[in-house]
Structures are given as structure tokens and as C-alpha cells.
Design a protein around this ligand. Structure first.
Ligand SMILES: *Cc1c(COP(=O)(O)O)cnc(C)c1O
Length: 460
């Protein structure tokens, strides 16, 4: 039943938009262990990071003390074109589910990239331009990040090369067209344009590629191109910092109507939207002022939180990125080709991993056919075709709402709807034709990935 006091869409005014990002690292009861230089096995220094990353982003990555970090005015200006994103009360979904629960979602798909990725892409392109760079490289899996970064690079006048996981480039030719429209250059990975790509192709000529491999290629290319740096759309702490805009807006919108959430739910790939969405809420949880349930959702086919090891690992297949202490399946883990819902990265952001390890957040894993059932139910009732990644979240939100139906509890469920699924119609078709299959790795399958872990510990 529609509650007259709470509108379907809760908007913020432009003047209410956040002027600072929120840095969870500043308030972690125990900091996560530092990233290590893969050559020296010593904590990465600013100099180490600067070899590959923009200086300002490297500084943000290392910032463990400032709780609020100012959003540059140029970035704020861009944000006002695409933000605030609405917080929507899912009245229609609640009705279909016949649940006493209140369901709210923060919708991040209302821009051409179709996802939250633009929040960080625009910040990263801004710092690159300010530093005097002329080009950037990156990798993209499902394609949202490549699209977002191509938009950001076009806005600030930077050249961009995107290494796109080969099977994804083949499945989603229109993603490539969008990136090219914004001036980005797309290279299916592995490619013959890098040494690492050529090595991988020699060993596995028919491989469809992986994110880990695309990261290696993009990093190699950045290192050998003058005035060029590599940027990353997830996994690192500075990306979560930029994505905190999602959580900050959500919190302000909820407070306008005195809505106290019981649960905050979002999907975890590399952890960026989840970390950003929960950032200001985790603060309350750490302080002990609130006891929200905070739930990360991952695919059963790539279960880095629920079945991974908490260990130092490489971010890429070529083993050239810094070592991160994280929940990981091993950089050699190859997700099933049958898994079409994104969220295929072997590791997890160090903050999210630490929060999980220390018990501040929960994690749930879900099977892809159940995910698409939830996607269709949501699409039919709320009018938005959700991204497969976001549909993992919807699955768990619906399950929690159905539990409330059993118990009669009026829980308030708030989730992040990270994006739209217009480029994922092959996956939707497979679901509609009943050809979609679930794949759950056996312990032996996972062991193959764990065998690639480097066995490194850090002693202070
Ligand atoms: C990239 C992406 C994700 C997962 O990435 P995170 O870094 O974990 O947020 C989720 N949903 C959408 C729509 C995406 O594009």
C-alpha cells in the first residue's frame, strides 16, 4: 500500500549534493594490510604507485587519515549533470511480493554508461588531465567501465585505449560501438599488441580472455607509452572513495524522511559500488550507533568472499600489479564461460575484504538462473531492465522481503541498483529460452586457483 508520507522517488536538490567523498580507511578499527610492491615485497610507496597511476589517485589510495576528501569543483560540475540519482521506493515490487517490508533502491544506471562506473571515471580522468597526461589505458570486462571512461576521457580531451576481455567483446559488439563513438580505441584481449598478450595467446590460443589478463596488457601498454597512465574501475580503495557519493546521497535522502534502514544490500564484483554505497553506513556500524545488516552479494560461480582465501594475491594474471591482501580465488582462477552475469573478478577490494574478515559485513552467493528470475520480476514491476550484476542484489532483496512476509516484520531494505541491462540481452535471451545453466565450482576447481596464490605474508 502506498504510504502517502513517502514519495516513490526521493530526490535531493542540487545544493544537497555531497562536496566531499567519504574515506572508510580513516575510520577502520584496524587498517587493512598495505599493498606490497611485487618486486621488493615491501609496502608500496608513492613512488611505486606513481609509475603506473596518476599521482593524486596514488595519494588517495594511500590516504588512511582524512575522513572527508574534497570533490574537485570540475568533478562536482559533471556530477550535477548525472546526479543526484534517485532513491526509489519499490512500491510496485512490494505489492507484487505482498510483503510488509519496505524496499528502496538507489538507481545508478541513469547515464549512458548504464552504471555507477561514471562516478569514478570522471574523477580519474580529471586528475589525469590536471597532471598533464595525454592518454589513459584500462581494461573492461562487461564493458560498463570502458564506456564510462571513454565518456570521461572525451569530456576532458584524453586519448583512451581499452583492453576488452575477448569473449565479452564478441558477445557485446555494441559496447565497442559506444566506446568508439566517444573516441576510445578497443582492443580485444588477449592481443598481439603486448608482450603479455602474445605470451598468453601462445599458451592458450583459443582463450576468451579474462579480466586479470586484460589488466596486465593495459598496464604494460601504459608503462611503455609516454604521458600515459593506467586507470582501474574497481578493486582499489580510491575507486571506493569516489563511489562513496552513492552512499552519501542515499543517507541524506533516507534522513529526509526519517527512514532507518535495517539492511543495506549490493552486489560485489571488485567491491567498488558496494564499498561506496555502504561507506557512511559502515561508519555508524563501526561506531556502534547502528546495527544495520550489510550484505554483499556475489555469484556462486565466482565466490571470492564466501569461499575465497584471505591472503596476499596479485591483481592480474601477468603478476605485475601490487600485491593486495584480499579475499581471493587466486589470480589463476578462470571463471566459467557459462557465467554471464558479470562479477567475474578473482579478488576483492582490501577494505571490503577486511570488513568481511572482521565481521562487520555479511556475504551471500546466488545462482545465475535465480538471479535472472529476480531480474525479470523486478523489470516487470518496477519498469527498469536491471543489469545482471545488479540482479544479484535484487535476488537477495526479494528473498529478504519474502522472509518478512513469513514473519510479518516490516523491515526496511535498501539496495543499490547499479545499472541497466540493455547490453546483456544475450544473457536475457538465454534465460528466456531456458538455455541458461548454473555452474558452481567444486572444491577441486577452486583449489586450482588457490594453487596460484603467491604465499606471501607481511610482517610489520
Ligand atoms: C562493474 C559493475 C558492477 C560490479 O563492480 P563493483 O566494482 O563491484 O561495483 C556491478 N554492477 C554494474 C552495473 C557494473 O557495471
Amino acid at each position: 500500500m502506498k504510504d502517502k508520507k513517502i514519495p516513490t522517488k526521493i530526490f535531493l536538490e542540487e545544493k544537497e549534493l555531497p562536496k566531499f567523498w567519504y574515506n572508510i580507511n580513516a575510520i577502520m578499527p584496524e587498517k587493512h594490510e598495505p599493498a606490497l610492491n611485487p618486486k621488493t615485497l615491501k609496502p608500496c610507496t608513492l613512488e611505486d604507485y606513481k609509475e603506473v597511476f596518476c599521482e593524486e589517485l596514488a595519494k588517495q589510495e594511500m590516504n588512511m587519515t582524512d575522513e572527508y576528501i574534497p570533490i574537485p569543483e570540475e568533478v562536482q560540475d559533471f556530477y550535477t549533470m548525472i546526479r543526484p540519482s534517485p532513491l526509489t521506493r519499490a512500491y510496485c515490487l512490494e505489492k507484487v511480493l505482498d510483503t510488509p517490508a519496505e524496499i528502496y533502491y538507489k538507481f545508478e544506471g541513469n547515464n549512458t554508461s548504464g552504471s555507477h562506473k561514471l562516478n569514478s571515471a570522471i574523477a580519474q580522468a580529471y586528475y589525469a588531465k590536471k597532471e598533464g597526461l595525454t592518454s589513459l589505458t584500462t581494461e573492461t570486462g562487461a564493458g560498463q567501465w570502458g564506456t564510462a571512461l571513454s565518456m570521461a576521457c572525451a569530456y576532458f580531451g584524453l586519448d583512451l585505449t581499452v583492453f576488452m576481455v575477448k569473449c565479452s567483446a564478441e558477445q557485446k559488439p555494441f559496447r565497442k560501438a559506444v566506446i568508439e563513438t566517444y573516441g576510445g580505441k578497443v582492443i580485444p584481449s588477449p592481443s598481439i599488441t603486448t608482450k603479455i598478450g602474445r605470451d598468453i595467446l601462445e599458451k592458450y590460443p583459443n582463450t576468451g580472455g579474462s579480466l586479470g589478463c586484460a589488466v596486465s596488457e593495459a598496464t604494460e601498454k601504459a608503462l611503455e607509452t609516454p604521458n600515459c597512465k593506467y586507470v582501474l574501475g574497481s578493486v582499489l580503495d580510491h575507486v571506493i572513495l569516489h563511489q562513496s557519493i552513492i552512499g552519501l546521497e542515499t543517507k541524506t535522502a533516507l534522513e529526509k524522511y526519517n527512514i532507518e534502514p535495517d539492511m543495506l544490500i549490493s552486489c560485489v564484483g571488485g567491491g567498488s559500488n558496494f564499498g561506496g554505497f555502504i561507506a557512511p553506513f559502515v561508519k555508524d556500524k563501526i561506531n556502534g550507533t547502528k546495527n544495520y545488516r550489510i550484505i554483499g552479494v556475489e555469484p556462486k560461480s565466482c565466490p571470492s568472499l564466501t569461499r575465497g582465501k584471505y591472503a596476499y594475491d596479485f591483481g592480474d594474471t601477468g603478476k605485475i600489479t601490487p600485491l593486495l591482501k584480499m579475499c581471493t580465488l587466486g589470480s589463476g582462477f578462470m571463471p566459467s564461460a557459462n557465467h554471464s552475469g558479470g562479477l567475474r573478478y578473482h579478488g576483492m577490494n582490501p577494505i571490503v575484504s577486511k570488513l568481511y574478515h572482521d565481521g562487520y559485513i555479511e556475504a551471500v552467493s546466488v545462482e545465475q538462473t535465480k538471479v535472472f528470475e529476480a531480474a525479470v520480476q523486478f523489470a516487470k514491476s518496477e519498469g527498469i531492465l536491471p543489469a545482471p550484476e545488479s540482479s544479484h542484489t535484487i535476488r537477495v532483496a526479494i528473498d529478504e522481503a519474502l522472509k518478512c512476509k513469513q514473519t510479518g516484520e516490516k523491515k526496511k531494505i535498501v539496495f543499490c541498483l547499479t545499472g541497466t541491462g540493455y547490453f546483456d540481452l544475450k544473457a536475457y535471451s538465454a534465460f528466456n529460452n531456458n538455455t541458461m545453466v548454473d555452474y558452481i565450482p567444486t572444491d577441486a576447481d577452486l583449489q586450482k586457483g588457490f594453487d596460484t596464490l603467491p604465499n606471501i605474508t607481511y610482517n610489520k
